[in-house]
Design a protein. Structure first.
Ligand code: PLP
Length: 408
Protein backbone atom coordinates (compact mmCIF):
# COMPACT_ATOMS: atom_id res chain seq x y z
CA UNK A 1 0.00 0.00 0.00
CA UNK A 2 1.37 3.36 -1.00
CA UNK A 3 0.95 5.80 1.87
CA UNK A 4 1.13 9.55 1.71
CA UNK A 5 3.19 12.01 3.68
CA UNK A 6 0.56 12.86 6.26
CA UNK A 7 2.28 16.06 7.26
CA UNK A 8 0.66 17.51 4.13
CA UNK A 9 -2.69 17.13 5.87
CA UNK A 10 -1.62 19.71 8.44
CA UNK A 11 -1.14 22.37 5.77
CA UNK A 12 -3.74 25.09 5.76
CA UNK A 13 -5.19 25.39 2.27
CA UNK A 14 -3.83 28.63 0.95
CA UNK A 15 -7.14 30.45 0.70
CA UNK A 16 -5.49 33.84 0.42
CA UNK A 17 -4.98 34.27 -3.32
CA UNK A 18 -7.93 32.08 -4.32
CA UNK A 19 -10.21 34.05 -1.96
CA UNK A 20 -8.91 37.27 -3.43
CA UNK A 21 -9.47 35.97 -6.98
CA UNK A 22 -13.03 34.86 -6.10
CA UNK A 23 -13.94 38.24 -4.63
CA UNK A 24 -12.34 40.07 -7.58
CA UNK A 25 -14.26 37.89 -10.07
CA UNK A 26 -17.51 38.49 -8.17
CA UNK A 27 -16.93 42.24 -8.21
CA UNK A 28 -16.14 42.25 -11.93
CA UNK A 29 -19.28 40.25 -12.74
CA UNK A 30 -21.42 42.72 -10.81
CA UNK A 31 -19.56 45.74 -12.19
CA UNK A 32 -18.66 44.84 -15.79
CA UNK A 33 -17.78 48.45 -16.69
CA UNK A 34 -15.46 49.09 -13.76
CA UNK A 35 -11.72 48.65 -14.33
CA UNK A 36 -10.05 46.91 -11.43
CA UNK A 37 -6.56 48.04 -10.42
CA UNK A 38 -4.46 45.29 -8.88
CA UNK A 39 -2.00 46.37 -6.22
CA UNK A 40 -2.16 43.02 -4.51
CA UNK A 41 0.37 40.78 -6.13
CA UNK A 42 4.14 40.89 -5.92
CA UNK A 43 4.75 40.35 -9.62
CA UNK A 44 6.58 42.90 -11.75
CA UNK A 45 4.80 44.55 -14.65
CA UNK A 46 7.67 46.04 -16.70
CA UNK A 47 9.51 44.01 -19.37
CA UNK A 48 13.08 42.74 -19.06
CA UNK A 49 15.87 45.33 -19.41
CA UNK A 50 17.12 45.71 -22.98
CA UNK A 51 20.64 44.62 -21.97
CA UNK A 52 19.21 41.29 -20.76
CA UNK A 53 17.10 40.85 -23.88
CA UNK A 54 20.16 41.48 -26.08
CA UNK A 55 22.26 38.93 -24.17
CA UNK A 56 19.34 36.47 -24.21
CA UNK A 57 19.04 36.74 -28.04
CA UNK A 58 22.78 36.36 -28.56
CA UNK A 59 22.87 33.27 -26.37
CA UNK A 60 19.96 31.72 -28.22
CA UNK A 61 21.81 32.32 -31.50
CA UNK A 62 24.80 30.51 -29.98
CA UNK A 63 22.54 27.57 -29.17
CA UNK A 64 21.50 27.46 -32.84
CA UNK A 65 25.10 27.18 -33.97
CA UNK A 66 26.90 23.86 -33.93
CA UNK A 67 30.22 25.44 -32.97
CA UNK A 68 28.75 27.23 -29.95
CA UNK A 69 25.92 24.94 -28.87
CA UNK A 70 25.93 23.98 -25.17
CA UNK A 71 24.27 21.02 -23.51
CA UNK A 72 24.17 20.42 -19.77
CA UNK A 73 26.00 23.17 -17.93
CA UNK A 74 27.53 23.09 -14.46
CA UNK A 75 24.77 22.47 -11.90
CA UNK A 76 26.05 25.33 -9.75
CA UNK A 77 25.91 27.83 -12.62
CA UNK A 78 28.36 29.04 -15.24
CA UNK A 79 31.52 30.71 -13.94
CA UNK A 80 30.76 33.89 -15.92
CA UNK A 81 27.61 34.46 -13.85
CA UNK A 82 28.99 33.27 -10.52
CA UNK A 83 32.02 35.58 -10.94
CA UNK A 84 29.81 38.54 -11.86
CA UNK A 85 27.61 37.93 -8.80
CA UNK A 86 30.49 37.52 -6.35
CA UNK A 87 32.31 40.59 -7.62
CA UNK A 88 29.37 42.96 -7.95
CA UNK A 89 26.90 41.91 -5.29
CA UNK A 90 29.36 41.04 -2.53
CA UNK A 91 33.02 41.98 -2.95
CA UNK A 92 32.08 45.49 -4.15
CA UNK A 93 30.29 45.99 -0.81
CA UNK A 94 33.14 44.59 1.27
CA UNK A 95 31.48 41.19 1.75
CA UNK A 96 33.93 38.32 1.54
CA UNK A 97 32.13 35.95 -0.83
CA UNK A 98 33.76 34.11 -3.71
CA UNK A 99 32.29 32.75 -6.94
CA UNK A 100 32.48 29.13 -5.79
CA UNK A 101 30.17 29.96 -2.88
CA UNK A 102 27.35 30.95 -5.26
CA UNK A 103 24.77 28.39 -6.41
CA UNK A 104 22.72 29.65 -9.36
CA UNK A 105 19.14 28.38 -9.43
CA UNK A 106 15.75 28.90 -11.04
CA UNK A 107 14.25 30.73 -8.10
CA UNK A 108 14.55 31.89 -4.54
CA UNK A 109 11.19 30.27 -3.90
CA UNK A 110 12.61 26.80 -4.60
CA UNK A 111 15.83 27.50 -2.72
CA UNK A 112 14.17 28.90 0.40
CA UNK A 113 11.79 25.95 0.26
CA UNK A 114 14.39 23.25 -0.40
CA UNK A 115 17.14 24.28 1.99
CA UNK A 116 15.35 22.83 5.02
CA UNK A 117 16.04 19.32 3.63
CA UNK A 118 19.57 19.64 4.98
CA UNK A 119 18.43 19.77 8.58
CA UNK A 120 17.14 17.17 10.98
CA UNK A 121 13.43 16.68 11.59
CA UNK A 122 13.64 17.85 15.19
CA UNK A 123 15.28 21.17 14.35
CA UNK A 124 13.71 24.07 16.27
CA UNK A 125 12.61 26.55 13.65
CA UNK A 126 11.99 30.27 14.15
CA UNK A 127 9.79 31.94 11.57
CA UNK A 128 8.62 35.55 11.38
CA UNK A 129 4.93 36.46 11.57
CA UNK A 130 3.75 37.88 9.17
CA UNK A 131 5.77 35.88 6.66
CA UNK A 132 6.36 34.84 3.05
CA UNK A 133 4.47 31.50 3.42
CA UNK A 134 7.09 29.26 1.75
CA UNK A 135 9.33 29.12 4.85
CA UNK A 136 6.50 27.90 7.03
CA UNK A 137 4.77 25.48 4.65
CA UNK A 138 7.95 23.67 3.65
CA UNK A 139 8.74 22.98 7.28
CA UNK A 140 5.19 21.72 7.81
CA UNK A 141 5.59 19.37 4.82
CA UNK A 142 8.84 18.07 6.28
CA UNK A 143 7.13 17.19 9.56
CA UNK A 144 8.96 19.78 11.61
CA UNK A 145 5.76 21.18 13.15
CA UNK A 146 2.70 19.98 15.00
CA UNK A 147 -0.87 20.69 13.96
CA UNK A 148 -2.41 24.09 13.22
CA UNK A 149 -4.22 25.47 16.23
CA UNK A 150 -5.61 28.95 16.86
CA UNK A 151 -3.91 30.33 13.79
CA UNK A 152 -0.47 28.85 14.40
CA UNK A 153 1.45 25.59 13.94
CA UNK A 154 2.47 23.91 17.15
CA UNK A 155 6.20 23.58 17.68
CA UNK A 156 7.20 26.62 15.59
CA UNK A 157 8.79 29.56 17.35
CA UNK A 158 7.04 32.57 15.82
CA UNK A 159 8.97 35.81 15.61
CA UNK A 160 6.35 38.53 15.89
CA UNK A 161 7.01 41.48 13.61
CA UNK A 162 4.78 44.18 14.99
CA UNK A 163 4.58 47.93 15.47
CA UNK A 164 6.17 47.66 18.94
CA UNK A 165 9.42 46.26 17.48
CA UNK A 166 9.31 48.32 14.28
CA UNK A 167 8.49 45.13 12.37
CA UNK A 168 11.95 43.71 13.11
CA UNK A 169 11.61 40.62 15.32
CA UNK A 170 13.37 40.55 18.65
CA UNK A 171 15.69 37.68 19.60
CA UNK A 172 13.66 34.74 20.89
CA UNK A 173 13.54 33.96 24.61
CA UNK A 174 13.89 30.23 23.88
CA UNK A 175 16.75 28.54 22.08
CA UNK A 176 16.14 28.16 18.34
CA UNK A 177 18.31 26.47 15.71
CA UNK A 178 17.08 27.55 12.28
CA UNK A 179 16.11 31.19 11.84
CA UNK A 180 14.38 32.67 8.80
CA UNK A 181 14.86 36.40 8.23
CA UNK A 182 13.76 38.43 5.22
CA UNK A 183 14.84 42.06 4.68
CA UNK A 184 13.61 44.22 3.02
CA UNK A 185 10.60 42.30 4.22
CA UNK A 186 7.75 40.75 2.37
CA UNK A 187 5.02 41.58 3.35
CA UNK A 188 5.78 44.46 5.75
CA UNK A 189 8.37 46.33 3.68
CA UNK A 190 10.42 46.88 6.85
CA UNK A 191 14.22 46.88 6.84
CA UNK A 192 16.86 45.83 9.35
CA UNK A 193 19.84 47.94 10.43
CA UNK A 194 23.38 46.57 10.58
CA UNK A 195 23.36 46.63 14.38
CA UNK A 196 20.05 44.75 14.58
CA UNK A 197 21.31 42.17 12.10
CA UNK A 198 24.55 41.89 14.08
CA UNK A 199 22.45 40.88 17.13
CA UNK A 200 21.03 37.98 15.11
CA UNK A 201 24.45 36.95 13.83
CA UNK A 202 25.83 37.03 17.38
CA UNK A 203 22.85 34.98 18.59
CA UNK A 204 23.46 32.38 15.86
CA UNK A 205 27.17 32.18 16.70
CA UNK A 206 26.53 31.83 20.42
CA UNK A 207 23.82 29.19 19.96
CA UNK A 208 25.31 27.24 17.03
CA UNK A 209 22.19 28.23 15.08
CA UNK A 210 21.85 29.05 11.38
CA UNK A 211 20.24 32.11 9.77
CA UNK A 212 18.50 31.80 6.41
CA UNK A 213 18.57 35.36 5.10
CA UNK A 214 16.21 36.13 2.22
CA UNK A 215 17.42 39.24 0.46
CA UNK A 216 15.21 39.00 -2.63
CA UNK A 217 14.31 42.70 -2.35
CA UNK A 218 17.78 44.15 -1.65
CA UNK A 219 17.84 46.19 -4.87
CA UNK A 220 15.04 48.39 -3.51
CA UNK A 221 17.20 49.62 -0.62
CA UNK A 222 17.83 53.35 -1.02
CA UNK A 223 19.37 54.04 2.38
CA UNK A 224 23.06 53.25 1.97
CA UNK A 225 23.49 52.60 5.69
CA UNK A 226 21.27 49.49 5.48
CA UNK A 227 22.82 46.07 4.80
CA UNK A 228 22.02 44.55 1.42
CA UNK A 229 23.71 41.32 2.38
CA UNK A 230 24.06 39.57 5.71
CA UNK A 231 27.73 39.07 4.84
CA UNK A 232 28.28 42.78 5.45
CA UNK A 233 28.08 41.76 9.12
CA UNK A 234 31.22 40.39 10.78
CA UNK A 235 31.01 36.70 11.57
CA UNK A 236 28.00 36.02 9.31
CA UNK A 237 29.97 33.76 6.96
CA UNK A 238 29.98 30.98 9.54
CA UNK A 239 26.29 31.11 10.44
CA UNK A 240 24.26 32.38 7.49
CA UNK A 241 22.97 31.33 4.09
CA UNK A 242 21.65 34.07 1.79
CA UNK A 243 19.04 33.93 -0.97
CA UNK A 244 18.86 36.39 -3.84
CA UNK A 245 16.77 36.63 -6.97
CA UNK A 246 16.76 38.42 -10.33
CA UNK A 247 12.94 38.39 -10.19
CA UNK A 248 12.21 41.76 -8.67
CA UNK A 249 15.20 43.89 -9.67
CA UNK A 250 15.45 42.79 -13.31
CA UNK A 251 11.94 41.47 -13.91
CA UNK A 252 12.91 37.77 -14.14
CA UNK A 253 9.71 36.49 -12.48
CA UNK A 254 8.79 34.72 -15.72
CA UNK A 255 12.35 34.09 -16.90
CA UNK A 256 13.54 32.45 -13.65
CA UNK A 257 17.00 33.02 -12.25
CA UNK A 258 18.16 33.37 -8.67
CA UNK A 259 21.00 32.24 -6.46
CA UNK A 260 21.90 31.00 -3.01
CA UNK A 261 25.12 31.81 -1.20
CA UNK A 262 26.64 29.18 1.05
CA UNK A 263 30.01 30.28 2.37
CA UNK A 264 32.57 27.52 2.67
CA UNK A 265 32.92 28.24 6.39
CA UNK A 266 29.20 27.92 7.15
CA UNK A 267 28.46 24.94 9.42
CA UNK A 268 25.78 22.79 10.97
CA UNK A 269 26.30 19.85 13.32
CA UNK A 270 25.67 16.11 13.31
CA UNK A 271 24.06 14.28 16.21
CA UNK A 272 27.46 13.74 17.82
CA UNK A 273 28.03 17.50 17.78
CA UNK A 274 30.70 17.38 15.08
CA UNK A 275 30.52 20.19 12.54
CA UNK A 276 29.69 19.66 8.88
CA UNK A 277 30.14 22.20 6.10
CA UNK A 278 26.80 23.13 4.54
CA UNK A 279 28.50 23.98 1.25
CA UNK A 280 29.32 20.31 0.77
CA UNK A 281 25.80 19.17 1.66
CA UNK A 282 24.03 21.73 -0.53
CA UNK A 283 26.39 21.00 -3.42
CA UNK A 284 25.52 17.32 -3.09
CA UNK A 285 21.81 18.07 -3.02
CA UNK A 286 21.98 20.56 -5.88
CA UNK A 287 23.94 18.20 -8.13
CA UNK A 288 21.58 15.32 -7.36
CA UNK A 289 18.30 17.15 -7.81
CA UNK A 290 19.00 20.08 -10.13
CA UNK A 291 20.47 20.31 -13.60
CA UNK A 292 21.27 23.98 -13.86
CA UNK A 293 19.60 27.10 -15.23
CA UNK A 294 19.51 27.38 -19.02
CA UNK A 295 22.49 29.00 -20.71
CA UNK A 296 20.53 31.87 -22.33
CA UNK A 297 18.91 32.76 -18.99
CA UNK A 298 22.30 32.85 -17.27
CA UNK A 299 23.68 35.10 -20.02
CA UNK A 300 20.64 37.37 -19.59
CA UNK A 301 21.28 37.47 -15.82
CA UNK A 302 24.96 38.27 -16.38
CA UNK A 303 23.89 41.31 -18.43
CA UNK A 304 22.31 42.77 -15.27
CA UNK A 305 25.90 43.59 -14.21
CA UNK A 306 26.95 45.30 -17.48
CA UNK A 307 27.02 49.13 -17.44
CA UNK A 308 23.83 49.27 -19.56
CA UNK A 309 22.20 46.54 -17.47
CA UNK A 310 22.92 48.36 -14.24
CA UNK A 311 21.48 51.60 -15.56
CA UNK A 312 18.35 49.84 -16.86
CA UNK A 313 17.82 47.92 -13.61
CA UNK A 314 18.17 51.18 -11.71
CA UNK A 315 15.51 52.73 -13.94
CA UNK A 316 13.15 49.84 -13.22
CA UNK A 317 13.73 50.03 -9.48
CA UNK A 318 13.32 53.84 -9.54
CA UNK A 319 10.07 53.44 -11.45
CA UNK A 320 8.55 51.12 -8.86
CA UNK A 321 9.95 53.18 -6.00
CA UNK A 322 8.20 56.28 -7.36
CA UNK A 323 4.96 54.28 -7.13
CA UNK A 324 5.86 53.15 -3.62
CA UNK A 325 6.56 56.72 -2.49
CA UNK A 326 3.21 57.88 -3.84
CA UNK A 327 1.33 55.05 -2.11
CA UNK A 328 3.05 55.73 1.16
CA UNK A 329 2.54 59.49 1.11
CA UNK A 330 -1.11 59.33 0.02
CA UNK A 331 -2.06 56.61 2.50
CA UNK A 332 -0.10 58.41 5.22
CA UNK A 333 -1.91 61.63 4.26
CA UNK A 334 -5.21 59.85 4.84
CA UNK A 335 -4.10 59.16 8.41
CA UNK A 336 -3.02 55.53 8.05
CA UNK A 337 0.20 54.30 9.66
CA UNK A 338 2.43 52.91 6.91
CA UNK A 339 5.62 50.87 6.95
CA UNK A 340 7.82 50.15 3.94
CA UNK A 341 7.76 51.78 0.56
CA UNK A 342 10.94 53.71 1.28
CA UNK A 343 13.39 50.82 0.85
CA UNK A 344 11.00 48.20 -0.48
CA UNK A 345 8.22 47.81 -3.04
CA UNK A 346 5.62 46.90 -0.41
CA UNK A 347 3.67 49.22 1.86
CA UNK A 348 2.16 47.69 4.98
CA UNK A 349 -0.79 49.73 6.06
CA UNK A 350 -2.58 49.62 9.38
CA UNK A 351 -6.18 49.64 8.16
CA UNK A 352 -7.50 50.09 11.70
CA UNK A 353 -10.05 47.37 10.95
CA UNK A 354 -10.32 43.71 10.05
CA UNK A 355 -7.96 42.97 7.09
CA UNK A 356 -10.67 41.41 4.94
CA UNK A 357 -13.19 44.16 5.70
CA UNK A 358 -10.66 46.73 4.54
CA UNK A 359 -9.93 44.60 1.47
CA UNK A 360 -13.67 44.49 0.63
CA UNK A 361 -14.04 48.22 1.14
CA UNK A 362 -11.20 49.00 -1.28
CA UNK A 363 -12.47 46.50 -3.83
CA UNK A 364 -16.18 47.30 -3.65
CA UNK A 365 -15.93 51.05 -3.40
CA UNK A 366 -12.66 51.85 -5.21
CA UNK A 367 -12.14 48.85 -7.48
CA UNK A 368 -8.64 48.42 -6.04
CA UNK A 369 -7.17 45.07 -5.03
CA UNK A 370 -4.81 44.86 -2.05
CA UNK A 371 -3.62 41.84 -0.05
CA UNK A 372 -5.20 41.36 3.38
CA UNK A 373 -2.44 41.18 5.98
CA UNK A 374 -4.13 38.34 7.87
CA UNK A 375 -3.18 36.06 4.96
CA UNK A 376 0.48 36.33 5.99
CA UNK A 377 0.01 35.32 9.61
CA UNK A 378 -1.69 36.17 12.86
CA UNK A 379 0.29 39.38 13.32
CA UNK A 380 -0.91 40.59 9.90
CA UNK A 381 -4.48 40.97 11.14
CA UNK A 382 -5.60 44.60 10.88
CA UNK A 383 -3.14 45.34 8.07
CA UNK A 384 -3.21 45.33 4.29
CA UNK A 385 -0.28 45.17 1.86
CA UNK A 386 -0.16 47.41 -1.20
CA UNK A 387 2.38 46.59 -3.87
CA UNK A 388 4.21 49.14 -6.01
CA UNK A 389 4.38 46.71 -8.95
CA UNK A 390 2.07 48.37 -11.46
CA UNK A 391 2.20 51.34 -13.84
CA UNK A 392 2.51 54.82 -12.33
CA UNK A 393 -0.75 55.79 -14.04
CA UNK A 394 -2.62 52.88 -12.44
CA UNK A 395 -1.12 53.58 -9.03
CA UNK A 396 -2.11 57.25 -9.28
CA UNK A 397 -5.64 56.35 -10.35
CA UNK A 398 -5.95 53.73 -7.61
CA UNK A 399 -4.96 56.27 -5.00
CA UNK A 400 -7.39 58.86 -6.34
CA UNK A 401 -10.18 56.33 -6.04
CA UNK A 402 -9.07 55.25 -2.55
CA UNK A 403 -8.96 58.88 -1.43
CA UNK A 404 -12.49 59.48 -2.67
CA UNK A 405 -13.71 56.48 -0.69
CA UNK A 406 -11.78 57.00 2.52
CA UNK A 407 -12.21 60.78 2.66
CA UNK A 408 -15.98 60.46 2.67
N1 PLP B 1 11.49 35.48 -1.37
C1 PLP B 1 10.55 36.40 -1.12
C2 PLP B 1 10.54 37.08 0.18
C3 PLP B 1 9.57 36.68 -2.08
O1 PLP B 1 8.62 37.58 -1.82
C4 PLP B 1 9.59 36.00 -3.31
C5 PLP B 1 8.57 36.23 -4.33
O2 PLP B 1 7.60 36.92 -4.21
C6 PLP B 1 10.59 35.05 -3.52
C7 PLP B 1 11.53 34.81 -2.53
C8 PLP B 1 10.61 34.24 -4.77
O3 PLP B 1 11.52 34.68 -5.69
P1 PLP B 1 11.73 33.89 -7.05
O4 PLP B 1 10.90 34.56 -8.10
O5 PLP B 1 13.21 34.01 -7.30
O6 PLP B 1 11.35 32.46 -6.87
Amino acid sequence: MITINEHYAKLQASYLFSDIAKRVDGFQTNNPDKTIIKLGIGDVTKPLPQACIKAFHLAIDEMADEGHFRGYGPEQGYDFLREAIATNDFQARGADISADEIFVSDGAKCDTGNIQELFSRDTIVAIPDPVYPVYLDTNVMAGRTGTFESGRYQGVVYLDSVKENNFVPSLPMEKVELIYLCFPNNPTGSTISKSELKNWVDYARENKALILFDSAYESFIQDESLPKSIYEIDGARDVAVEFRSFSKNAGFTGTRCAYTVIPRTCRAYNSSGESEYLHRLWNRRHCTKFNGVSYPVQRAAQAVYSPEGRAQVKDLVDYYMRNAALIRSEMGGLGYDCVGGDNSPYIWINGQSDSWEFFDLLLDKAGVVCTPGAGFGKCGEGYIRLSAFNSFENVRLALQRIKEVLNR
